[in-house]
Ligand binder design. Sequence first.
Ligand SMILES: NC(=O)c1ccc[n+]([C@@H]2O[C@H](COP(=O)([O-])OP(=O)(O)OC[C@H]3O[C@@H](n4cnc5c(N)ncnc54)[C@H](O)[C@@H]3O)[C@@H](O)[C@H]2O)c1
Length: 365
Amino acid sequence: MGNATFNVAVIEGDGIGPDVIAATRAVIEAAQARVGGFSLNFDYHDAGAGYYAEHGRDMAPGSEEGVAEADAILLGAIGLPHIRATDGTEIAPHLRLRENMQLYAGVRPVKAYPNGPQKLAAPEAAKIDFIVLRESTEGLFYSAAVHGRTDIANDDEVQDILRITRPTTEKLHDFAFRLAQKRKRRGSPGLVTCVDKANVFQSMALFRKIFHERAAAFPDIETSTNYVDAQALDLIRRPWAFDVLVMENMFGDILSDLAGGLVGGMGMASCAEIGDSHGLFQPAHGSAPDIAGEDKANPLAAILSGALMLDYLGERHGVEQLTNAALEIESAVERAFAAGEMRPMEFGGDQGTKALTKALLAVLG
Ligand SMILES: NC(=O)c1ccc[n+]([C@@H]2O[C@H](COP(=O)([O-])OP(=O)(O)OC[C@H]3O[C@@H](n4cnc5c(N)ncnc54)[C@H](O)[C@@H]3O)[C@@H](O)[C@H]2O)c1
């Protein structure tokens, strides 16, 4: 039987995007060669602020349809602050993709690596390993993501809407519980914490109610609840005590940055955006124009996002080798840190993008 083949749409984008994507592709292909049993076709699409400045549109003709047909989308970074659309906003076709493909589950892993840039002095901080699961299509971003959804917006008053719907929330919580089950099989405690403000907002009370309803279908997973303000405190006080944290859009936006700060910086922040029929994988950082073209970017956020993509494809299509390739990459990053082989310039080390990638490839074998 031939290899299972998957199409990956690649958007390199702006700034450091092409550099971190080149690193990611090299690592993915090394893992693929090691594990075998699957093939990937990489199909590149032009998009972003640079493309907009030259062509007057944010994605190449046919690319929006092209990426929607792919098995997964891998994105570097999009946006350059000095290039703006006529309404003054930045060029951001990825936000349109998120909306059009209804990528509701924003998965943001937060993990401390040995010798990594740990910010907390407590020895338990070495054990930090949790996921911020951020709903990404509604919540308090509902009126921000798409213009014209605000009823009142004038010079005297603006109202933004916090929207929670049952169908999206059911899917989100189910996703959280399945993720906790998968992590439990790999040694995590199997705990989902619902982060909300159910003491004050009706929308958040509904979010929590649906959490308890869905939990009944996952008796092997423990549950807890935490108000978002208390969760901010606990992320400093005992972040190692959490496994999967599920929350609405704006809370996830804020807490994922706080959580990312516990274990380093933007160069470690990987991200998966998953919907019912599409998955987009990109580092959480932007195009870093201040270091673009200087071989200084830390490619690990993009590389770990690539591993999330392989894991997603493996689970979705039942191809164990893809899952194994993802685990190979994650384990190589862990081992490389432990051996002192990962020294990103981002954290004051001596390795730029190319040197870091080379060192990781050597560990991957
Ligand atoms: N999803 C995306 O594509 C995305 C996300 C955030 C920002 N942006 C866009 O990126 C542009 C720059 O935004 P910004 O400066 O606010 O955020 P940014 O994430 O690009 O940079 C913030 C800081 O982090 C550093 N940094 C980011 N990624 C790094 C990496 N991999 N290695 C080392 N250092 C890294 C940068 O040098 C900078 O000092 C803007 O146009 C913004 O709209 C895009």
